[in-house]
Design a protein. Sequence first.
Length: 419
Amino acid sequence: MHEYPQRPRPDDQQSYQDYPPQGHGGQPHQQYQQHQQSYEASYPGRPPYGEPLAGAGHPYDPEPAQPRRSRRRIWISAVVALALLLGGGGFAAWKLDWFSGNGEAVTFGKNPPAAAGSSDPAAPSAEAKPSGDPDVLMPTGPKSDFKQTAKLDDGTIIAKTRLAGAKSGFEGDVWVWAPKQYDDPKYAKSGFPVLIALPGGNGFPNNYWADTSLGLQKAITEGVKAGTSLPYIVIMPVLNPDAKYYYDGSDIPGQAKMGTWIAEDVPAFAKANFRTYKSRDGWAFMGSSSGAFVGMKTVLQHPDKFKAVIASGGEIVPDSPLWKGHQAEMDANNPEKLAQKLIDTKGPEVYINFQIGTKESGKERMVKFQQQYGKGPVKTTIRDIQNGEHNGWHYVRGMKEGSLEWVSKVLKAPKPEAG
């Protein structure tokens, strides 16, 4: 389920030892072994699979990756060299992030002043109240402090903040991205759909969907232009409290309450900082591998809060080793049992879009789930990604090929004001 390296492509020499080949329960995974064999056969003489690359390309590259230098980096290097040549020793202490804006404070949205008598600067004024749609929820506050981590070509920003979960008691990092439409005055009184993006692997201390090399945010932007995607606010929290275990996005007895973190604290954080929707029609998940399992499980567990999920290359049942001795609690977080309960109670409807690469295993378990539980209120589809492997780049390709359009058809779109 959470097998071999699937983090974004490294920009420098890096070891893949940080990305263990174990499955979700810590066992070696067949797919990892298959890629190991393929890698060693394709690249004789390179370091063993999982060892430092020492300049070699990513194991999925047909040829060794060549370092790429952008014009901006070349310009920055020239400026630094000139400054040092002229004796500007103090200049050498400047961080190059100064040129990109990374680390600077970020504010999302142009919120009007607070209503008279309100002590909360994030509270909306009377003029900011939504018009015509009671489902729109203006930012509730308090606002978080965001710092830029990346800037896309269209000027949109990915930023990070630290969230102390009020209900889970867990504190972790969260990355966010808002589309260009969010700052458009025509949408100032509109809500926006939220896509909570969950990573695979350890899901700690980073969420790899915040890396622009995977292209998630760009895919949404292109989809908006093509009319095949809604302009989502993307929320990217850490998935686990450490890199030692997988927690199945659940409240395992005696462990950090990661189920409450994902299902309660993260949505509350989004509502505090962004214009969203009160109903589940504006809330969905997407995730790969371990994140796919957690997203699907959370939608089935809380169908009153979330409506859909794009689940890429994930497992179907919980398998964290931390469940030992807690069978009843594990059953309460089992998607099969949750789906059957939803079928027995006749709703509400939820939408599960599985994605699976044709070069990875796991489709059988998705087909089995669809056959047994894809009925009544549980709506399921399976998208095959041709020549797709178990990594984020291929899952984003699947989203561009149809999964983004699929989820956009079942969620609520923002509405601009006339004029």
